[in-house]
Design a protein around this ligand. Structure first.
Ligand SMILES: Cc1cn([C@H]2C[C@H](O)[C@@H](COP(=O)(O)OP(=O)(O)O[C@H]3O[C@H](C)C(=O)[C@H](O)[C@H]3O)O2)c(=O)[nH]c1=O
Length: 180
């Protein structure tokens, strides 16, 4: 695995080292020891899948309030998505920074997002799907969101959403009170 730093402290694009032979490829996608050595969360409590038939579907920006902050390891298992993390940790050197990684099933890359960051994505192809590994259980009462186009962050999305859920469309602008 090759860890590429991003504009968010502690958030990495992870590129698999593909082992190829006449049968195809094999690659390690996670290793608790290596993640631990790098100070990353190395225990996953829940895994989720997300399927999105339509290109231009936007989900986010979501996070869980403390003490239910979640690290996420996100990858595209079909298609391609523009995946965004936003640093909401007031003590972080990259507080209020955002970072985007294009997740592509063909590259099998992943985005490691530390706790205290909001997460969202825009699909770049029809029929895009994602697989999430989450470090903490889902706590409905801890769910928080901010709107995808909050001017405070000016996330540079490749295009406006063609499809966004009512809840995400109604997410508020960020305020310190909404913070993790
Ligand atoms: C996350 C989650 C959700 N749910 C239920 C709650 C809703 O009834 C339904 C859909 O949840 P939600 O609308 O939050 O799903 P998305 O809008 O796709 O949000 C997801 O995509 C964005 C980009 C994220 O980063 C979030 O972690 C993730 O929640 O599943 C569960 O039962 N368990 C869970 O772990």
């Amino acid at each position: 695995m090759i860890f590429h730093p991003t504009a968010i402290a502690g958030a990495f694009e992870i590129e698999p080292e593909m082992l190829q032979d006449e049968r195809g490829t094999f690659a390690r996608t996670f290793c608790a020891e290596i993640f631990g050595e790098r100070g990353l969360v190395a225990e996953w409590r829940q895994c989720n899948i997300s399927t999105n038939p339509r290109r231009g579907t936007l989900r986010g920006m979501h996070w869980q309030a403390e003490p239910h902050g979640e690290a996420k390891l996100v990858r595209a298992t079909r298609g391609r998505v523009y995946d965004v993390a936003l640093d909401l940790r007031p003590k972080s050197p990259s507080y209020r920074n955002w970072a985007a990684v294009e997740l592509d099933e063909r590259r099998a890359n992943a985005f490691y997002i530390p706790p205290g960051c909001a997460h969202g994505f825009l699909t770049l192809e029809d029929d895009s799907a994602l697989f999430y590994q989450m470090s903490t259980p889902y706590v409905p009462g801890a769910a928080r969101c901010l709107r995808w186009d909050d001017p405070a962050f000016a996330i540079d999305w490749p295009s406006p959403p063609a499809l966004i859920g009512a809840r995400d469309a109604a997410c508020p602008d960020f305020t310190e009170e909404v913070a993790p």
